[in-house]
Design a protein around this ligand. Structure first.
Ligand SMILES: [Zn+2]
Ligand SMILES: [Zn+2]
Length: 188
């Protein structure tokens, strides 16, 4: 008999932590991450595998997960509306709690405000995907620009001013200069 393949829902950021939950406080595991993930968020396009390292530490009520990860994402420039790629670096630090007691199999009481993203499921699977999605989104700039000196779009004709100037530029004069010009004309 061939071994059953993992279901499509599973991915490289799901870890079976049954053994670690049985270990004593302070026990740790370190995992290198180098993986593609299924789409995390409809508003975000991830264009590179996730790289980095995560560490699981057995603490009082569960597992403390810390790590540093990086990937590349596509963002839309808020000035010129072009889509560009950028590296994203982010940290994770979350405490995960088991659903079941790993020794007795009994269901453990959960706090009413327990975030389901940090629950270890009844098969002792710890899934980092949701935490990574949240921390990645938080790490991104709220007003991304394709480059620091992006010239944006002409507010009059919509021309992308990074690609060239438009003919509006000569006609639109700063109102202060316009006033000055008028005075000069009156004096002469
Ligand atoms: Zn731009
Ligand atoms: Zn223009």
């Amino acid at each position: 008999m061939r071994e059953k393949r993992p279901s499509k829902a599973s991915h490289a950021l799901q870890f079976n932590v049954a053994q670690l939950l049985k270990d004593s406080s302070g026990a740790r595991r370190v995992y290198n991450i180098d993986t593609e993930l299924p789409p995390l968020d409809e508003k975000l396009t991830v264009v590179a595998p996730f790289h980095g390292q995560v560490q699981f530490i057995r603490v009082g009520a569960g597992l403390l997960v810390t790590g540093n990860l990086e990937t590349s994402v596509e963002l839309e420039c808020t000035r010129c509306l072009s889509v560009f790629r950028t590296r994203a670096h982010f940290e994770i630090e979350e405490e995960f709690h088991p659903t079941l007691d790993v020794v007795t199999g009994t269901r453990l009481p959960q706090k009413p405000d327990q975030d389901t993203a940090t629950l270890i499921d009844e098969h002792h699977i710890l899934d980092l995907a949701e935490v990574i999605r949240q921390d990645l989104l938080l790490s991104l700039p709220s007003s991304p620009t394709c480059r620091p000196d992006c010239h944006g779009l002409c507010p009059h004709c919509g021309q992308n001013l990074n690609e060239g100037s438009c003919s509006c530029e000569e006609e639109i004069v700063d109102p202060r200069w316009a006033a000055l010009k008028e005075n000069v004309m009156r004096e002469t």
